[in-house]
Design a protein around this ligand. Structure first.
Ligand SMILES: [Zn+2]
Length: 148
């Protein structure tokens, strides 16, 4: 069934956000459709073998849900975003929960749009930091993600 946030295959499609850079919007669209090259999806396609753990905590398999919602690092990012935006704590148990959380915290108008954009930019920053660690062996700190 085709609903507001689903395509014909029933996959979640994030709502659009007008003021994000195109690169970030494409990233969010891929994230919503679970099309990022996370270690679990590369493993399923037999592209990688070996350690697939999250580069931040080293404790859990790297999936989109872990990387963006349940990892200690992302949880800390969202608690800081909550404090900074003066909104209730962002609790997300799925990528869809996270990307639609601006709809469920009692906001409207410009502030709602801003929170939507900030969460999406936060996801993009987490992904960029993950790539820096995974591919360039960089030591990324929480402050590096928050400052982006
Ligand atoms: Zn982790």
């Amino acid at each position: 069934m085709l609903t507001r946030n689903n395509n014909l295959q029933g996959n979640y499609v994030p709502s659009s956000c007008r003021w994000l850079p195109r690169k970030c919007s494409v990233f969010v669209w891929r994230l919503g459709l679970n099309k990022l090259a996370t270690m679990d999806s590369l493993m399923k396609r037999n592209i990688v073998r070996g350690n697939q753990n999250c580069v931040f905590c080293l404790e859990a398999e790297e999936t989109s849900v872990h990387l963006f919602t349940s990892c200690n690092l992302s949880s800390t990012v969202w608690s800081l975003v909550s404090l900074w935006c003066k909104i209730p704590f962002i609790w997300a148990f799925s990528v869809k929960d996270l990307l639609e959380s601006h709809d469920f915290i009692g906001l409207s108008g410009k502030k709602k749009d801003m929170v939507q954009g900030i969460i999406r930019i936060g996801c993009w920053s987490i992904w960029k930091a993950r790539n820096e660690v995974r591919f360039n062996n960089k030591n990324v700190k929480l402050e590096d993600i928050i400052r982006r």
